[in-house]
Design a protein around this ligand. Structure first.
Ligand code: PLP
Length: 281
């Protein structure tokens, strides 16, 4: 397959230096964009978030958002990707290993590649289990940086317990999950952690907020506790490509009826019709 390396679409090979700052420090930012029927979904939103992440870590993107978008579309076409994801990252560049930023002459290193991935329709329909674990990340979880070791450890715990996700809590407060946002439903209203420094403001999360607005469902962007999570009528998680997954059990506690809830199902249905419309365009 092809990859994007800086501004070149080329055969995929390893061109990364051992002193690339992404490799040594996780000093960089990234995006994962879902591709449905050959078209990236919500590409503008992803690119705007990339720009924001870059600003927040004082990394100057090597090209404009529009130029990057054109390159990503070229990559999708070159790989004839129909269903899957684009992964893109920008590191602060390659330079002798010192913690502080390298000189202004050091250019960021941009890479992107694609991966075929089926839609997780079965899990979306049937739901899955999660585990609960402590959120041990830093205080800028709003930036999509390459530093993912706490997320990796949390997800590994989920997988070892036959769960799809690890839901994270900071003290009593539920924040998000290792690679997704979390929504709960109680008495017909939804609750999700506000978009502040404790969570990544997911593109899927934002879309779900819009969908709920369209469906006249009330969403409270308010924190909720671990106890409220376990007592919720419904719980679901949202992320790029896995979309919306109903959570039926957390650790050994069954959520609500133990089946995907009615509100969750409505949101899933609406989300699907959205990418169907998108594919027809
Ligand atoms: N929260 C975290 C920590 C993530 O890594 C992700 C993405 O993988 C999300 C939330 C969901 O974000 P998005 O819907 O933009 O994929």
């Amino acid at each position: 397959t092809k990859m994007l390396f800086n501004d070149q679409i080329m055969d995929r090979e390893n061109l990364i230096d051992i002193e690339d700052r992404a490799y040594q420090f996780g000093d960089g930012i990234y995006e994962v964009i879902g591709v449905y029927d050959g078209t990236p979904l919500m590409l503008d939103e992803h690119m705007e978030r990339l720009e924001r992440s870059a600003d927040e870590v004082q990394l100057k993107l090597p090209a404009s958002i529009n130029e990057l978008k054109v390159k990503l579309l070229e990559l999708v076409a070159a790989n004839k990707l129909n269903e899957g994801i684009i992964y893109m990252q920008v590191s602060r560049g390659t330079s002798p290993r010192w913690h502080e930023f390298p000189g202004l002459d050091v250019m960021p290193v941009t890479v992107a590649y694609t991966r075929e991935e089926e839609r997780m329709s079965d899990v979306e329909d049937q739901g899955a289990n999660a585990v609960l674990t402590e959120d041990i990340r830093w205080l800028r979880c709003d930036i999509k940086t390459l530093n993912l070791l706490p997320n990796v450890l949390a997800k590994q715990k989920a997988v070892e317990n036959n769960a799809v996700e690890a839901i994270l809590h900071r003290g009593d407060t539920v924040t998000e999950a290792s690679a997704s946002n979390v929504f709960i439903v109680k008495d017909g209203e939804l609750y999700t952690h506000p978009a502040n420094n404790y969570i990544l403001n997911g593109i899927t999360r934002r879309k779900v907020l819009q969908i709920c607005d369209d469906l006249n469902l009330k969403v409270n962007e308010k924190t909720y506790t671990v106890t409220e999570l376990f007592k919720a009528d419904e719980v679901f998680i949202t992320a790029t490509k896995s979309d919306i997954i109903p959570i039926l059990k957390i650790d050994d506690k069954i959520i609500g009826s133990g089946k995907p809830g009615e509100i969750t199902k409505k949101v899933v249905q609406e989300f699907r019709s959205l990418y169907q419309q998108h594919a027809e365009k």
